[in-house]
Design a protein around this ligand. Structure first.
Ligand code: TRP
Length: 330
């Protein structure tokens, strides 16, 4: 058996919005696999949320409880994993200051998300902190010496930069920090209601926290194969987002649905009704758990404060070794 410290996982999300099926079938599916969850660290990245929402601290504060509810409802087990709040772990910010000293600015400017996000969100987000986003993310991971980072593929460029920074650090100061590897979900991208990738910024999501009626309504409005206009027209399931969602929650019926769509025996209205039913029953226990947990804020606080304490203990060991290697502090 592998030493558990060899396979330690760490990941995080920003408390900036409601989680949706893209998260549930992607990253959260990875997080909740028993092998990833045992001893893992999962972070509510509230400092990272300030890179885009710095003018709205109340929103960030409120969203952190929503994020925690989504995680717990989806099956993240606080008895197996350590769930913590980034801003409660000062060691992360300390490591960020230290690693900033050896990180060439050009490395950060080369990260593709940097220019893309500024183009998408405007010059107000072009702060020093935003440029340093991938460094802070690396510190989240490195402070626990985590090896594996279960994330979406949009995070690959951050992890690649992260490994380069760690190599530079270890080159100067000895083998103190660990190079993290991404762990990608086996699920394909989850399509949103308009057929593009499900994403908050496209307003095409089905949220974990939505109710059954809202889910039904969103599915009814979904885009299907544009060539299938009347019920009996032959369809092309391979390009249909409704079909793709069937493959995720209705796997045993997928071959029959594909055949009947192609032959024209199955119309889009009936196909969507079936998807609504399957998806609603798949989500029902998750939504019930979310609702129940939301009634018990004291429990949520307990989970977070226990997690914060465990995370700080682990982080302070790493910082001790880092300070020793740099001959700083005491
Ligand atoms: N950047 C990640 C995202 O946008 C969130 C994140 C913050 C993260 N810190 C992390 C992910 C550490 C993995 C590990 O989804």
């Amino acid at each position: 058996m592998q030493d558990s410290s060899q396979t330690l996982s760490m990941s995080g999300m920003r408390p900036t919005g409601q989680l949706h099926l893209g998260h549930l079938f992607g990253t959260l599916a990875l997080w909740t696999q028993a092998s990833e969850m045992e001893g893992a660290f999962f972070e509510i990245a509230d400092l990272h949320a300030f890179t885009t929402s710095y003018a709205n601290p109340q929103l960030i504060h409120d969203m952190r409880q929503e994020l925690l509810l989504d995680w717990l409802a989806a099956g993240v087990d606080p008895n197996k994993a350590t769930i913590f709040l980034q801003s409660a772990i000062p060691e992360i910010s300390e490591l960020n200051t230290i690693l900033a000293m050896i990180l060439p600015v050009a490395w950060l400017q080369r990260v593709p998300t940097y220019k893309e996000q500024i183009a998408a969100l405007g010059p107000e987000i072009a702060t020093y902190g935003f440029l340093g986003y991938p460094l802070l993310q690396l510190c989240d991971i490195a402070v626990f010496r985590a090896h594996r980072v279960p994330v979406g593929k949009d995070q690959l460029s951050h992890l690649e930069l992260g490994r380069e920074i760690i190599r530079r650090f270890n080159h100067f100061y000895g083998d103190v920090l660990v190079e993290p590897q991404a762990l990608l979900s086996a699920f394909p991208d989850v399509p949103g209601t308009d057929g593009r990738k499900m994403s908050k910024s496209y307003h095409n999501t089905i949220a974990i926290a939505d109710d059954a009626a809202t889910t039904q309504q969103k599915i009814r409005g979904m885009i299907t194969d544009p060539q299938k206009i009347r019920k009996n027209d032959p369809g092309h399931p391979e390009i249909c987002p409704v079909f793709k969602l069937h493959t995720m929650v209705n796997a045993e019926r997928t071959p029959a649905i594909s055949e009947d769509c192609k032959s024209g025996a199955l119309g889009c209205v009936a196909c969507k009704t079936e998807l609504s039913e399957k998806l609603t029953s798949h989500l029902a226990p998750i939504r019930a758990r979310r609702h129940e947990l939301a009634q018990d804020p004291a429990k949520l606080e307990r989970i977070l404060s226990t997690g914060n304490q465990r995370a700080r203990e682990a982080a302070s060991t790493t910082l001790h070794d880092v300070r020793t290697a740099l001959k700083i502090g005491n």
